[in-house]
Design a protein around this ligand. Structure first.
Ligand code: PGA
Length: 251
């Protein structure tokens, strides 16, 4: 049985005071269903404050990025070991905003995945097609390419450290959520790919999240789908009320 997972990705939002208010408000609500694992990914500057406040709760922490080297002279970068040290269980890698605005290639992302896993950080690895790729019927090809390049060289044991997030680029921050059927179709493609690459057990155990304009209204119908194991939530995670409603709607 795959445990549902909901991840809040705050992106470049929230000052420390906003972050601590958010945690206070979320933890002040009735407990979440135990069947759902909850993770929040604050900006680096708020990690310590959030970590301190969620320490004895059921929420865990993720970072939003790392550099591709384990340590050294890389001014401005944050290493996988630093995120571990700050209390993170996961890091988000391969996000389309990093691919698009910071020109991250599959090969570069693959290096970062290797460094993260070697440091014992779980990786939330994002893949997704653009609108143009979907409309020209290249979705499967694009997703399989991102998977095979990004996860190039991993063995079965390393693959266990991964969560995969399907985030169609046309759905991120646009208010246009994929329908449950559209998302399920691609999640199945991803699980089938994992079966080919890493075997039946790995494919059955890997959690595949959907992300892209998820709201409390769309979250339930999405997670009813057999291959959708949880959600990666951007905009709707910035308000503790809507994030809480999403957690509670998970089927
Ligand atoms: P969104 O972002 O929910 O605001 O579309 C999702 C994401 O980019 O992870």
């Amino acid at each position: 049985m795959r445990r549902s997972l909901v991840v809040g990705n705050w992106k470049m939002n929230m000052l420390i005071s906003d972050a601590t208010d958010w945690v206070g408000s979320l933890l002040g609500k009735p407990p979440f269903p135990e069947t759902v694992e909850v993770v929040v990914a604050p900006p680096f500057t708020a990690l310590a404050a959030v970590e301190e406040r969620i320490r004895r709760s059921c929420i865990s922490l993720a970072g939003q990025n790392i550099g591709p080297e384990p340590e050294g002279a890389r001014t401005g970068e944050i290493s996988a070991a630093m995120l571990k040290d700050a209390g993170c269980r996961f890091v988000i890698l391969g996000h389309s905003e990093r691919r698009q605005h910071f020109f991250e290639t599959d090969a570069f992302i693959s290096r970062k995945i290797g460094v993260a896993l070697a440091s014992g950080l779980g990786v939330i690895f994002c893949v997704g097609e653009s609108l143009e790729e979907r409309e020209s019927e290249h979705t499967r090809q694009v997703i399989e390419h991102q998977l095979s390049e990004g996860l190039n060289g991993l063995d079965v044991r390393q693959f266990e450290g991964l969560v995969i997030a399907y985030e169609p680029v046309w759905a991120i921050g646009t208010g246009r959520t994929a329908t449950p059927e559209q998302a399920q179709h691609v999640h199945r493609i991803i699980r089938d790919w994992a079966r080919q690459a890493f075997g039946e057990n790995s494919a059955e155990n890997v959690r595949i999240l959907y992300g892209g304009s998820v709201t409390p209204e769309t979250s339930g119908p999405l997670t009813v789908q057999p291959d959708i194991d949880g959600l990666l939530v951007g905009g709707a995670s910035l308000k503790s009320d809507s994030f809480y409603d999403i957690i509670c709607s998970i089927k």
